[in-house]
Design a binder for this molecule. Structure first.
Ligand SMILES: NC(=O)c1ccc[n+]([C@@H]2O[C@H](COP(=O)([O-])OP(=O)(O)OC[C@H]3O[C@@H](n4cnc5c(N)ncnc54)[C@H](O)[C@@H]3O)[C@@H](O)[C@H]2O)c1
Length: 437
């Protein structure tokens, strides 16, 4: 096996579960920055191009190879790299298995994967087998088998795998993590979060065909995109680090949005307006943890509505609600039945990573700089041959909600047992540290 990224199983478990690399603060030293991290990219469509732009902000990111099914996209990514760095990346394009050629290269430390969901698991698994550290878009897998294979392949090869769950790096999400650790909310009891985003326009292409996202809405039914919602919650609740998900139930409403939107866009007689779709417009999933905490997740992308991740956290001492970015805490001499603006708390409990990197993050694109922080941690992990804060166990756990919710929906809301991807390690793993060096 290629030894470029390999860590021993002992150090893998240590870094993966104990997450010593977690959210460590501070910039890389000048010497570190001078050492290039050699990267490939698979999938340079909408998200991949945006990730590439953020990646190129890091002087040590040496993107040597780009791959896309569509040659013009891969060429355009290579041109962007050349314009910004003066170096031309090698292009792999034109077939849906050409990415395997990219993984045969002997000179890459890591690979960023931003393809449609079905490809994530197998590409990340193949990358680890090839000795490359995968940074894979969300969800990392959509089948239980791929979730397990990600974990087992990482253990076997000693190569960490990071799911690029950017919402975990949103400023308020990290501030809340610090507040939870400092006991501001008391004991966290319940969280509610959702991916609620009107994505109907992404389901159909201009030629009147279903896109890959549309295909999923036509053939699956469950919470198909859970990680933006569950990732932050899992970190606030110490999932895989002292607690774990043990079961879920999931139910979906009828499927109406796809047909209605297609009728509006293409006319009521168009085949896309007349065919059946499986994905209910709104899916609700309820999870329980080993210590009895509960989480409600919503998946609502097929209705007219504003974007809202909800991010409601209820503890024994108070509540935060992301929908109106407000907080209410029980404090001496203060009533807890009023909402207060979160902004002063954002200042008071600013997360060290944001404090250290805010200026650079502000120059990046997307989600107020969260992607910059995410790549800061990812590149640091690759450089140190260590697990990033989001371990392969987290990737499998958060992604497994896709197949588990589908199973529960198909079985009329049956309670489904949640696998333990940590192999029992969750009992001894300490919480994700938030204060780094
Ligand atoms: N984290 C976030 O905030 C965020 C935001 C948007 C999208 N995403 C994720 O990013 C991924 C890509 O989404 P997108 O919006 O860029 O989709 P997209 O359709 O714009 O891009 C996907 C690209 O992958 C290419 N591709 C497909 N199959 C391939 C294969 N076998 N080999 C190589 N290339 C292949 C396509 O040609 C396309 O260019 C998805 O997993 C999505 O969930 C994440």
């Amino acid at each position: 096996m290629n030894a470029r990224c390999r860590v021993t199983r002992r150090s893998f478990l240590k870094t993966s579960m104990v997450a010593t690399a977690a959210l460590a603060v501070g910039r890389a030293s000048a010497a570190d920055k001078a050492r290039p991290i050699r990267l490939g990219m698979i999938g340079v469509g909408s998200r991949g191009s945006s990730l590439l732009g953020n990646l190129l902000m890091f002087p040590e990111a040496d993107v040597r190879a780009v791959c896309d099914l569509l040659p013009d996209r891969a060429q355009s990514a290579a041109s962007k790299i050349e314009q910004q760095t003066g170096r031309r990346a090698e292009v792999y394009a034109g077939s849906d298995l050409i990415w395997k050629k990219l993984l045969e290269r002997a000179d890459l430390d890591a690979v960023i994967i931003a393809t449609p969901w079905d490809w994530h698991g197998r590409m990340a698994i193949a990358a680890m087998r090839a000795g490359m550290y995968p940074g894979v878009e969300v969800p990392a897998a959509v089948t239980l088998r791929d979730c397990w294979d990600l974990v087992h392949t990482s253990e076997k090869t000693g190569i960490p795998c990071t799911m690029l769950e950017n919402v975990c790096y949103f400023q308020r999400v990290l501030t809340l993590l610090r507040m939870v650790r400092e006991g501001v909310f008391g004991d966290v009891l319940h969280c509610e979060a959702g991916y609620q985003h009107d994505c109907r326009s992404l389901m159909f292409d201009a030629a009147g065909k279903l896109t890959w996202r549309g295909q999923h809405s036509a053939t699956m039914n469950g919470n198909l995109y859970p990680t933006h919602a569950v990732g932050p919650v899992a970190q606030w609740m110490n999932i895989n680090r002292g607690d774990r998900f043990v079961s879920l139930v999931s139910m979906s409403t009828p499927a109406r949005g796809m047909q209605l939107y297609a009728a509006e866009k293409f006319g009521p007689d168009h085949e896309l307006a007349r065919r059946d779709y499986t994905q209910g417009d709104l899916n609700t999933t309820l999870l329980k943890t080993a210590s009895g905490l509960t989480v409600t997740l919503y998946y609502n992308i097929l209705s007219p509505r504003p974007y809202d991740l909800i991010q409601r956290m209820q503890g024994t001492k108070g509540i935060y609600l992301g929908t109106n970015n407000s907080i209410s805490l029980e404090q001496a001499g203060k009533s807890s039945d009023q909402w207060e603006p979160f902004e002063p708390y954002q200042q008071k409990y600013a997360h060290p990573l944001w404090q250290a990197l805010a200026a650079d993050a502000a120059k990046s694109s997307g989600h107020e700089g969260a992607e910059y922080l995410m790549f800061h941690d990812f590149l640091k992990a690759v450089r140190n041959k260590a697990a990033a804060p989001q371990t392969v166990t987290d990737a499998a756990t958060w992604s497994a909600i896709v197949p588990l919710s589908m199973e529960s929906v198909a079985r009329h809301g049956k309670l489904i047992a949640f696998p333990d991807f940590s192999g029992g390690q969750w009992k001894k793993a300490p919480p994700l540290p938030i204060y780094g060096a």
